[in-house]
Design a protein around this ligand. Structure first.
Ligand code: GH3
Ligand code: MG
Ligand code: MG
Ligand code: MG
Length: 323
């Protein structure tokens, strides 16, 4: 709960809730060979969700990978199919690993049940099955699945909030520095160069003062887009501060980094930013400092070297790249 949007200052956003009712729209897969059993299950689970029946077959698990089921019910005593094997496959596939499994087992077949439980099935019913008990166990599994899905969703939302900058969608400074540490160590181990570009938009204060903060924000967004178009998939771009950006480039010697930086600088300067300013697209320029990792260098020292080069680019007239 601590790490959700609410605690990160999302005042006006709907707070994620973890309360769950028993779903009525769960999607349930039932694996059994007997038609009469399937009919009974269909009646017992009326209104609980969407039911899919598979008449056994060990490829039931394979087919389950293609659809996001909320619960899978498997009969352990089928004539032509090894139900236990179906369960073991379901637990081994990435796509179905976390889907709850409820098994049906004949009374007295404790050995089979124990093996299924050891395999990680979530619950069981013993034949002859009590209809009310069956329904209750199904609903409980669906509720748990719903709860787990929400936790997972909130976790992803928190991760995204914690690692990205809301204005530009780029990674934030914290993510960059922690990632840089790892990549720098890898670079030093492999002996391959890692370069960084430290970039700062020129006279950005003037944009804000002339056109307002909202237009300033759009310039930041568009600048982030331009960065994205000019770097490679392996590079990592982050918003380092207000109008400062950093690109981390693994396996990139200084002269390549310079070329990539200068191409971006030129592209930005040559193509004015269409951000809805009253007097048309804005000509933007950026100053860039380049630094390449030395042996034993810390991330802080590398960024400092790039910052020093950036300072020189500013001193020497802006709209340029300095190594
Ligand atoms: P220089 O060429 O020396 O970099 O000049 P500059 O005007 O770009 O530099 P300065 O550091 O003086 O001003 C940066 C401005 O960026 C000041 C601040 O109000 C603005 N700024 C910082 N963060 C944001 C933001 O998120 N949105 C907007 N619109 N402006 C921001
Ligand atoms: Mg400045
Ligand atoms: Mg600036
Ligand atoms: Mg600045």
């Amino acid at each position: 709960r601590e790490a959700t949007g609410a605690s990160l200052g999302w005042e006006n956003e709907e707070e994620p809730t973890l309360e769950v009712d028993a779903p009525t729209d769960g999607s349930i897969l039932i694996v059994d060979e007997q038609e009469r059993v399937m009919e009974r299950i269909a009646r017992a689970l009326e209104g609980v969700g969407e039911l899919t029946f598979m008449a056994g077959g060990e490829d039931a698990a394979e087919r389950a990978r293609e659809k996001n089921f909320d619960l899978i019910i498997v009969s352990l005593t089928m004539r032509n199919t090894d139900g236990l094997r179906v369960c073991s496959k379901l637990r081994s596939f990435e796509e179905t690993r976390h889907v709850p499994i409820l098994v049906m087992v004949d009374d007295g077949n404790t050995k089979l049940l124990v093996r299924a439980l050891e395999m990680g099935v979530n619950d069981y019913v013993v034949r002859p099955v009590d209809r009310m008990e069956f329904l209750a166990r199904v609903k409980t599994q669906l509720k748990r699945k719903r709860y787990a899905d929400k936790l997972w969703e909130n976790f992803h939302l928190s991760m995204q909030l914690a690692t990205t900058d809301a204005v530009t969608g780029l990674y934030n400074r914290h993510y960059l520095t922690s990632h840089l540490e790892t990549r720098l160590q890898a670079a030093q181990k492999s002996g391959k160069a890692l370069s960084v570009l430290m970039m700062d938009i020129d006279h950005f204060k003037k944009v804000n003062d002339t056109y307002g903060h909202a237009v300033g924000d759009l310039v930041l967004k568009e600048f982030a887009n331009r960065i994205g178009k000019n770097i490679r998939g392996v590079d990592l771009a982050a918003r380092y501060g207000g109008e400062e950006f950093v690109v981390m480039m693994p396996e990139t010697p200084t002269d390549w980094a310079f070329m990539i930086g200068d191409r971006l600088r030129q592209e930005v300067f040559d193509n004015p930013f269409d951000v809805g300013a009253a007097d048309g697209p804005l000509t933007i320029s950026v100053s860039i400092g380049v630094a390449t990792s030395d042996e034993g260098q810390t991330p802080a020292a590398l960024l400092e070297a790039a910052d020093k080069a950036l300072y020189e680019a500013k001193e020497n007239g802006r709209n340029r790249v300095i190594i």
